[in-house]
Design a protein around this ligand. Sequence first.
Ligand code: GDP
Length: 599
Amino acid sequence: MEERPAEPQEAPVIDLRQVVMPASASIADIAERAEVPPTDIIMELLNRGVLTTINAAIDRDTARAVMRNLGVAIVDEAEEDDVAPAATRPPERQDSAAPPDGEPRPPVVTVMGHVDHGKTTLLDAIRNTSVVDSEYGGITQHIGAYQVSVNGGAITFIDTPGHEAFTAMRARGAGVTDIAVIVVAADDGIMPQTVEAIGHAKAASVPIIIAVNKIDLETANPNRVLQQLTEHEIVVEDFGGDVVAVPLSALEGEGIDELLEYINLTAELEELRAPVDIPAEGTIIETRLDHSQGPVATVLVQRGTLKVGDTVTTGEINGRVRALFDESGGRLRSARPSTPVQVMGLDAMPEVGDPLNVIARQRKRRRQQSRTPARGSGDQAMRLSLESLAAQMTAGRLQQINLVVKADTAGSVDAVVKSIDQLGDDRARAMVVFEGVGSVSESDVNLASAAKGLVLAFNTRVDATAAAEAERQDIDVRIYRTIYELIDDVDAALKGSIKPEQVEVVDGRLEIRGEFRTERTRQIVGGMVLSGRVYTGAKVRILRSNEEIGTGHILTVRRFSDEVDEVRQGFDCGLAIETTTKIQLADIIEASHTEERLP
Ligand code: GDP
């Protein structure tokens, strides 16, 4: 194992990001604290010749040396702990029952309506005309919500198809919507899902704006729509009621500005506000699996400010916000109320509609003052502990298959890893060096390659780049649909990897009855085969009074004057034996061969 040369002594420690760590921690934990992918840490260790797993613990010195390469300075937990005792610390989370009204916030709008009436077209049209210009080129991706700017103000649209999300959120008590826009196609009129949408909006007690869509069609009959609405107790302004109806063509972009204006007016009447300077509370709007980032959730922040580094909890899931992105892929440091934001760093896929809360930090902010690690000694300590780690892994003659496991959900990853852990024995075992949710990525393949292992993909796919890389590096990536097949395969591979034992099989015994010639490395002797057979090429052990006194092998076997291949029990023969042991009368020659047998 080659050690990498130590880092340059003049490494600029001051510039490193500081992360607090206890005396020892798992790689997963360190990755979370440092907001770096665990694979990076595992790779860094592999580069130093240490094979480890995401759940393995490493000590602080090791972490310090490894993380420095990843731009992170590890700081002792004790150093940061010298803060005021808990009782005298200021409360870090305000009582959520007593915050002031807070600051004005943008309205959150949900668009509902019957299928094919134009919800998607309308949402796309709004997004295209007014989406906040992004320095990232304005290429928006679907994240389940987006924000547009209208006359200096902002409006947040929930961009999820159908009523499912709305209902799912309402079912969980998350009233994320401030205003409901109900789209009705002017040619089609009120349909069953329009009625449903009206029901949802009314149940949520949110103001309704009617978008009478497709007015560009010849068959459009907006008036009929307005009339039909009265049957469902929606009385529009034209008919003396207070519901705004905006005629528009989502397809041609007509009437969109008016709709946005009405949304703003409605929002003003609602006087929407939320506290900003408290730990964030929000709702999961949409989730997706990113091939490299794992679970990514779009969260609508409702109160407070969500920040990178926050520890969050949603449903059964915890996490630490590793990064925040807007819908244009722009990185954010924080997100204020009514902002939809993609959150990376959750342990598993959360449920749409679940609330997300920031857990108040237990520690005071880490000290900004930099700590210079004892130079030289850090590397020394690392080497020692890395070596001991490596020694543990390769202890004995254990055969080990290294695996990178990827699966579709956190649940399946868990199931696969637990099953794999039960396989093998003290002769061979499978070691999961990395486990993760999502498709197989290039970095998974690289990791498997570095670990001289293979990738198991359970119910998930392999990225094109990962497949190409696997092909190039000749890494085995196996895809499974059932856990049984996967386990069978690993089990078979483990059994196949067990090194056979070399077993000596005794073929025959001969008693020495004559010594004919002795040379330095060769003796000619005669004897009688007591059992089995002696033959040319056999290995021999020379026994005297049942004790082995030497070894050698049979060069030739003669019967009378003829050279033969073998002589069997009950016959005399002459042997030329290559050995340095002086053979005497009455010694026993045991002929044998070695066989490979599975232990
Ligand atoms: P959704 O099911 O409510 O999301 O409806 P879509 O937005 O997918 O629209 C259904 C169909 O109606 C598509 O073929 C759209 O092109 C069309 N459509 C949507 N808005 C308009 C419009 O304003 N005018 C016309 N003529 N067609 C529209």
